[in-house]
Design a protein. Sequence first.
Length: 118
Amino acid sequence: MADVSTSRPSDRDAGAPLPQLVLELRDLIVAYVKQETVVPLKQLGRYAGFGVGGAFLLGLGVVLLGVGGLRALQTETGDTFTGDWSWAPYLITFAALVVGGALTWRTRRSWRARKEQR
């Protein structure tokens, strides 16, 4: 009778047992899913986070610039905008912000059009 320990190596090591193959397949699938979904989602989240943060800071800067311009028009122009003309600094500030926004929008639009043509 042949001893199991003396059997041919090719019979013993012909293949890994089925449960081990299943575990390796599961590990391979999990690594693939992480590589193809989790990592790109993390990068997208980071990109979106910086975008939202930058937009918030730019918006805050524009608001503070507008308030500063309004206060400068109200205090540094002497008696020019007093009485019946007290509304004028608000209109001037609003118009300046609208013009600045329109210029930014137009510049951004033309920049994107040039970028898409490349």
